[in-house]
Structure formats: structure tokens, C-alpha cells
Design a protein around this ligand. Structure first.
Ligand code: MIC
Ligand code: SF4
Length: 642
């Protein structure tokens, strides 16, 4: 029986377990990436493991999230990263060099390799044919130390692309279509593998737009084959030697096959507040717009920016609209500066930002109260932009640019086909890696006052005696749990950041939980389906743990977050009967008498006493995950092994 490309790459990297769908496997990690907002914590934990230097083929540390430096905290973090990276053998990409995922595809990605990144959009690397997976910083630290990465051997979904995109329709519309079909729920443990004749009409950056936003499906990763298009891209990056041809066997079998005819797609939009709330742009035509933002790791490639610049050339941004443009990498920024497209953007009235995450993570450009913001990034969760009452709509760069001129949401495919900008992809990109510092294994590590200690966790207690300190609904994202934006500067300081846990959901939560912890009462969080969607930020586990949270009981969990909970010794439990979700209340006492024994014995069901009821909870964990919980988290577990 033929093999999928996913299984071929996994087979080459398998170090533990069997390639059997649903079972736990350990894979060797060739490359890692971190970004500053998750990186400081990852590297503090790496240092705590006392391993003298990284053991991967390549590890890169990017500074792209917190580049504003409002106060000393960010700047100190950057200096810590730079000096720490130099000592332990990690490449350091300076602030201004670009967004981790885009730069990694441009300068380091390698077909057939494995990449683990402390950022949920690491699967962007699937655009170049890698198995690229997002994880918590501690998992990445373990991989840097040479440890395997453990994951569920995935179900593989095949998305077959046929035909060719019509003018004014682009890669973003493809992934929005996939999100319409698969939604953001129920895809945990799957990988999406693209194939079909349509693939040969998509460049690597276009494929990367599609794999990038695969993160919103909740899948482990997404990937494309490595073909002549991949070769051309690597050649243009002067890295042709990294190319190899990779594809699935002709007779590969898949869990599910979805067919999409590219020629039939129309411009789509993800409406507030979820990336799977998809409509056709034409259905919302005429919606009055306050802000348009083009950029992020999803849509800030050379072609994306050139398309936007060509549409805006000789035109003006509507007087009521603020247009923001943030190039995805220094490479692209420099190229559009050299060829004049940057002047077209400036002349049209765009506000050009640094090459960084910026608006996407709520670091600046918060929309006005109840504003409408049209953006090319990948997430539109409530409040993530910095303005809770604003509505964020996710679209392609084509839709964004046309909308910026018109001042109302506009379906670009209503414009003449002949007006669609045909962007020539250059045979050679501008290559200048001077903002990527290579390590020389020397020097002192700089630690400013904002750099705290790595988080401390205790071995799992005999029993959980506490109370339900918060009850929330479905699709709670890590942006709800641990807000970023203006709070990002506390990423290296757990006590300070913990004050903001669930800030936008229940501003009293952290004070309540901290006060209970003082009295020796543990906190339990109760949630609906898909708890922990979105970011890989392990602070969404570390800070609740710091506040005394010992268990989360939900209808279902997202992959990265549930791994992070275990890594920081919080037990993820699932309602056996969803009806029990309705009966439990915030404030109820919550006791599991024998949690430690149950984890130790491999029990798959535990009974919790909750107010005057007994509820059955399932606890499906691998042997390794149980051992991590017993040891008091992954850091203690790894230290004991080293
Ligand atoms: C995001 O897009 O939410 C982030 C910010 O890139 C996060 C990482 C973080 O919270 O630092 C992610 O996607 O993992
Ligand atoms: Fe940065 Fe946004 Fe991409 Fe996250 S999704 S890595 S914040 S650009």
C-alpha cells in the first residue's frame, strides 16, 4: 500500500513507537525555531536543563513579536536572547529582519526535514515540504537538547487542488475555503496534505499562506510536495542544494479526501470572531471600513506586497480608512524598496510599519471602538487586536487593497480581469543575512531585571482539593487565557504576567485564584469544546499553574495547549457526559481524592466530587504523559533523565 508524504517524512524521523494512526510516536527534530515572546521562557528552561549546546542541525531564534520596546523590558529580553543564543549555538535573527515563519521558509527551510517551533504557525514551513510543527517552548527546549518530540501519529487528510485560480482570487481564499469545510473544531490529531494538478500553479509563498493558516484548523501540520516550483524558489534564494523531490505515492491512502477546484473559488472573508466564520466577500459588499492592515506571517510575501502595491499605484487610500502595511521580511522590504513599489504604497497613503508581527498580535494599530478592520492575517479572535468591541475580518491582500481604496468591503473579482496585476516572481531574491547572527559559543549571558526564573512546578499532589474558580464556554482561545498585545512585555516575568490571566473574560479571576492559593485551595477551570485554541504560548499554562490551577475539565482540548498543560503539571480532564458540563457551577467545590494514584495506575476514568454530585471524567494519557505529571512537569522529568 502506498504511503502519504507525511508518513514518509515521519518514517525517516521515527525514533520511538510505531507509525500507527492514533498511537504516540517520538520523532527526531532537525531544526527548531523560537520567537521572542515564547523564546525567553524556552531558553530559560533550556539553560535549566544544563546541556552545554544545542544538538539540532539548526536552531534559530527570531525577534519579531515584541519589537516596539515601550520600556526597557523588550530590549532587555532581546539582549538576553542574543547573548544566550551565542553561547549555546543558536542563530539569532535580529528585530527588523522579519517574521520568523516567513524568514525561515526563505532562508532555512528544507524539504523533508522536521522543524519544531515555539509558535503555532510553524506549519508555514509545510509550504516548502517540511513537517513543521508548533509546540510549547519547553517542548522546543527539549528538542534543542536532542530529545524526541512526541505526538499522536496523525490521520492524514488529503486536499486535492485542481485547476487554476482566477484573477483576483488567491492563496488566502483557498485556505478560507478549507476552513469553511473543516472548521476550527474536531481536527486534532490530523495532518493536511495537499496534492493535485492545481499545486503546480502555486508558488512556495502561496503554499506557505495555505499551510500557515492550517494552524487555525487545529491540525498538527499541513504540507505540500516538494517539486520543480520548490526548486525554483530555493534557487532564487541561492539554496538550491537544499532541494530534493518529495511526493506521496500514487496509491497513497488517506483518512479523508477533499477536492477543491481552484478555478471555481471566489474571494472569501472570515468574519468576527473566528477564522472559520466564512462568507463570500460579495455577501458583505459595502460594509463600511475603518482600517485595513496588510502583513503578518500569512500574507506578507513579495507577491502579496507587490500585488497590493500595484493595486494602490496611482490611487489614494479612502479618507476614512487607515491603511497599514508591514512587510514579512527584510528581504521583501528591501526588494519592494529597490523596485519602487514601496513608493507606490507610501504615495497612496499607506502607513508602513517595521517588518514584524505588529498589528497581528495587537502590538499597535488597535482599531477604533466598534471599528471594522479588514486584515490579511490569520486570527480574528475577540479582543486580540487590542479593541474588544472591534470586528476583525480576514481576507486576501487583493481584497484588502481594493477595500482600502473604496472605503467599503469590496469583492475584488468585480473589477475587470485585465486589471489584475500579474506579478513576475524574480529569479533571484535579494540575499543579505547580515541581520542573522551566527553563534560563536562565547561570552556572558545578559540578564536584565525583567528576566525571571524558569517556572517552578511541584510533583503532582495526592489529591486535588479545590473549587471551580471559572466556568467558560466553547472555543476559549489562548488569547482569552493569556492576553498578548500590551501585556506581551511580561512574557519573561511569570508573577507579573499572572495578574492578567483571563483578563478579558473575568478580570477578577487572577485575584480570586491567588487568594485561594494562599489558603491552600486549588483552582479548577471548567470549559466547553476546543479549549486552548490558537497560540502555542505556554504562559497560558504556566501562569494559571502559578495561580494554583491544578486541573482543567473541558468537553475537548486543542493539541498544543493540552500538551502545555501536562508540561506544567495541570491535569487535562474531559467530561464523559457533556450533560455534566451544564450541571457544574462556578464556585462549586471540586475534589478528586486519588489523582496521583489514578495517574500512576494508568486509570482512564476518574471520579470528581463536585458540590453534591459525582462526575465521571476521562483521562486519556500516554505512559510518558503520566510520568511527566508525576514528576511535576516536563522540566523536572527531563532534568531527572539528563
Ligand atoms: C499568535 O499568533 O498568537 C502568536 C503570538 O504568534 C503565538 C505565539 C505567542 O503567543 O507568543 C502563536 O501563534 O503561537
Ligand atoms: Fe506573528 Fe501574527 Fe504570525 Fe503569530 S500569527 S507569528 S503574531 S504574524
Amino acid at each position: 500500500m502506498g504511503q502519504s508524504l507525511t508518513y514518509k517524512i515521519l518514517k525517516n524521523h521515527l525514533v520511538e513507537g510505531e507509525l500507527k494512526t492514533g498511537s504516540e510516536i517520538g520523532i527526531r527534530i532537525d531544526q527548531t525555531l523560537t520567537q521572542d515572546a515564547t523564546g525567553t521562557m524556552a531558553y530559560l528552561q533550556f539553560e535549566a536543563m544544563e546541556i552545554p549546546r544545542v544538538k539540532t542541525d539548526l536552531s534559530v531564534s527570531y525577534v519579531d513579536h515584541n519589537t516596539l520596546q515601550m520600556g526597557f523590558e523588550n530590549a532587555d529580553d532581546h539582549k538576553y536572547l542574543m547573548t544566550m543564543n551565542n553561547k549555546y549555538g543558536i542563530h539569532y535573527s535580529k528585530a527588523g529582519n522579519g517574521i520568523c515563519h516567513q524568514v525561515h521558509v526563505e532562508r532555512f527551510g528544507k524539504p523533508g526535514a522536521t522543524l519544531l517551533g515555539s509558535d503555532s504557525h510553524t506549519p508555514t514551513g509545510g509550504g516548502i515540504g517540511m513537517i513543521a510543527i508548533g509546540a510549547g517552548g519547553l517542548d522546543v527546549a527539549v528538542a534543542m537538547g536532542g530529545g524526541p518530540f512526541y505526538m499522536t501519529c496523525p490521520k492524514v487528510i488529503n486536499v486535492k487542488l485542481e485547476g487554476q485560480l482566477r484573477p483576483w482570487v488567491s492563496a488566502k481564499d483557498v485556505i478560507l475555503k478549507v476552513l469553511e469545510v473543516l472548521t476550527t473544531k474536531g481536527n486534532v490529531g490530523c495532518v493536511v496534505e495537499y496534492s493535485g494538478g492545481g499545486v503546480s500553479h502555486l508558488s512556495v509563498p502561496e503554499r506557505a499562506t495555505i499551510t500557515n493558516m492550517g494552524a487555525e484548523l487545529g491540525v498538527t501540520t499541513s504540507l505540500f510536495p516538494s517539486d520543480d516550483i520548490t526548486k525554483e524558489f530555493l534557487k532564487a534564494q541561492q539554496r538550491e542544494d537544499k532541494w530534493s523531490e518529495l511526493k506521496a505515492d500514487e496509491d497513497a491512502t488517506y483518512e479523508q479526501v477533499i477536492e477543491i477546484n481552484l478555478g471555481e473559488l471566489k474571494p472569501r472573508v472570515a468574519c468576527p470572531h473566528s477564522p472559520d466564520n466564512i462568507k463570500l466577500v460579495s455577501e458583505l459588499d459595502g460594509l463600511k471600513v475603518d482600517q485595513v492592515a496588510i502583513g503578518s506571517c500569512t500574507n506578507a510575501s513579495y507577491k502579496d506586497l507587490m500585488t497590493a502595491a500595484s493595486i494602490l499605484k496611482g490611487k489614494k487610500v479612502s479618507p476614512d480608512v487607515s491603511l497599514i502595511v508591514a512587510p514579512g521580511s527584510k528581504q521583501v522590504f528591501e526588494m519592494i524598496a529597490r523596485n519602487g513599489a514601496l513608493s507606490d504604497l507610501i504615495a497612496a497613503g499607506a502607513r508602513v510599519m517595521e517588518s514584524a508581527c505588529g498589528f497581528c498580535i495587537g502590538a499597535g494599530q488597535a482599531p477604533i471602538t466598534e471599528g471594522v478592520s479588514i486584515r490579511t492575517n490569520n486570527r480574528n479572535f475577540e479582543g486580540r487586536s487590542g479593541t474588544k468591541s472591534a470586528g476583525i475580518y480576514l481576507v486576501s491582500p487583493e481584497t484588502a487593497a481594493v477595500t482600502a481604496i473604496k472605503g467599503v468591503l469590496t469583492d475584488p473579482s468585480t473589477l475587470p480581469e485585465s486589471d489584475y496585476p500579474q506579478i513576475e516572481i524574480p529569479e533571484n531574491f535579494v540575499i543579505d543575512d547580515s541581520m542573522i547572527l551566527k553563534p560563536d559559543f562565547n561570552g556572558e549571558v545578559f540578564r536584565g531585571p525583567n528576566i525571571g526564573d524558569p517556572p517552578f512546578t511541584e510533583p503532582l499532589a495526592k489529591k486535588i482539593a479545590g473549587k471551580i474558580n471559572l466556568k467558560v464556554g466553547d472555543k476559549i482561545t489562548t488569547d482569552h487565557i493569556m492576553p498578548a498585545g500590551v501585556r506581551l512585555k511580561y512574557r519573561s516575568n511569570v508573577p507579573a504576567y499572572s495578574r492578567y490571566v483571563f483578563e478579558g473574560v473575568d478580570p477578577e479571576f487572577s485575584t480570586r485564584a491567588a487568594a485561594d492559593k494562599e489558603k491552600g485551595i486549588f483552582s479548577v477551570i471548567v470549559a466547553g469544546a476546543s479549549y486552548g485554541q490558537g497560540s502555542s504560548r505556554e504562559h497560558a499554562a504556566i501562569c494559571p499553574m502559578y495561580l494554583g490551577v491544578r486541573a482543567v475539565v473541558a468537553k475537548s482540548f486543542e493539541r498544543i495547549h493540552s500538551a502545555n498543560l501536562i508540561n506544567f503539571d495541570i491535569v487535562p480532564l474531559v467530561f464523559k457526559s457533556e450533560a455534566d458540563y451544564e450541571t457544574v457551577k462556578q464556585g462549586d467545590d471540586f475534589v478528586i481524592d486519588d489523582i496521583r494514584d489514578a495517574v500512576d495506575n494508568g486509570a482512564e476514568t476518574v471520579t470528581a466530587k463536585c458540590a453534591d454530585k459525582k462526575i465521571e471524567l476521562s483521562m486519556i494519557l500516554s505512559k510518558r504523559q503520566r510520568d511527566i505529571l508525576l514528576a511535576g512537569g516536563l522540566l523536572n522529568y527531563t532534568k531527572a533523565q539528563v
